[in-house]
Design a binder for this molecule. Structure first.
Ligand code: 5MM
Length: 340
């Protein structure tokens, strides 16, 4: 493990005003996204779409890295240039999703554990050769009747920590993502409690597995009201609760925290990030690693005329990236949003 290299990659991922583009949808998820634009999910269409995103002019200005799915890391543009090369030229670090998805946790109906540790050492060695600089593993925690159980939280933390240690051994920065799902009618207070317990469990596991925190990025969910909760906490409350929860559970040695959007609208995800940064300074940079909240509008534009609309969709992506880049500095405003 080269600690210096891990630390400098991790710091580059959360450089000022920059964040991560999450385009690591597995085949099942990208099919759901393409269904929205009535497009078949086949290898060429997935390449065309992701090529469009990654060849956006000036992408590196507000995007420090992009998380890819295995297929994309190996793909080439229609002109035969590897997408990894395209990213390197744009100053966008290549990342790779290495988990094998969340599966039913035996003995715990309704709860999931993320799989993918078997053979991970060998897969990481190959990904490093293919140019991956960071990796991502997502665990999902559900809030519900009697959930989460400590068995579920601990099983997921243990897997995240084992994955993180293997990444660092391979010279790859681990992005650890314990996502507390927004699904359900729970209150923001319940979300706070579960998120804090999940983070405490995760950092205990990372410590036990000898993971270098300075070379690790946390991908966190925000502390929000459940999607079906009658009372939705306003932006300021979400910002204060999320920051307070993180300050209580995340060591200051973590080089940065990036958020997932989890089903929030594009603009709300940007507003939440901005509000949190306006409460700073914080012990760590707070930035973004959005999937849907960065891609949705661009996907809709592209879907009207795939490939033909590349430039139009790229302008939409560049705009969302800029808005979130500003939010990562606490400088987002209505003027930034409407300046297209
Ligand atoms: C892009 O979506 C990612 C892949 O999910 P699947 O393995 O289920 O296909 C997902 O992990 C994503 O990186 C994060 O959840 C953030 O995405 P959102 O849309 O929540 O910002």
């Amino acid at each position: 493990m080269n600690a210096e290299q891990l630390i400098s990659t991790a710091q580059a991922m959360v450089a000022e005003g920059r964040g991560i583009l999450a385009i690591d949808e597995s085949h099942g998820t990208i099919k759901k996204r393409f269904d929205l634009i009535n497009l078949e999910s086949n290898e060429d269409n997935r390449r065309d779409y992701r090529q469009m995103l990654l060849t956006t002019e000036g992408l590196g200005e507000h995007i420090s890295g992009a998380i890819l799915f295995d297929e994309t890391l190996r793909q080439k543009t229609r002109d035969g240039v590897s997408l990894v090369e395209v990213m390197n030229k744009a100053g966008v670090l290549p990342g790779i999703k290495v988990d094998k998805g969340a599966h039913e946790l035996a003995g715990h109906p309704g709860e999931k554990v993320t799989e993918g540790l078997d053979g991970l050492r060998e897969r990481l060695a190959e990904y490093a050769k293919l140019g991956a600089k960071f990796a991502k593993w997502r665990a999902v925690i559900t809030i519900g009747d009697g959930m989460p159980t400590s068995a579920c939280v601990e099983a997921n933390s243990h897997a995240l920590a084992r994955y993180a240690a293997l990444c660092q051994e391979a010279g790859i920065v681990p992005m650890v993502e314990p996502e507390v799902l927004m699904d359900g009618n729970h209150t923001i207070e319940e979300c706070y409690e579960v998120t804090e317990a999940t983070l405490r469990s995760l950092f205990t596991a990372l410590y036990e597995q000898n993971v270098l925190l300075e070379g690790t990025i946390l991908k966190a969910s925000m502390v929000v009201s459940g999607a079906d909760c009658a009372e939705q906490a306003p932006i300021e409350e979400v910002a204060e609760a999320t920051v307070s929860c993180l300050r209580n559970a995340v060591p200051a040695s973590i080089p940065g925290i990036v958020f997932l959007s989890g089903g929030q609208s594009d603009i709300l995800a940007t507003q939440h990030l901005n509000a949190m940064n306006q409460l700073g300074p914080h012990p760590w940079p707070l930035s973004f690693s959005y999937g849907r909240a960065l891609q949705h509008a661009a996907l809709m534009t592209w879907g009207e005329a795939p490939v033909e609309n590349d430039k139009k969709a790229q302008a939409v992506l560049a705009h969302r990236a800029k808005c979130n880049g500003y939010a990562a500095m606490g400088r987002y405003s209505d003027e930034v949003e409407s300046a297209k």
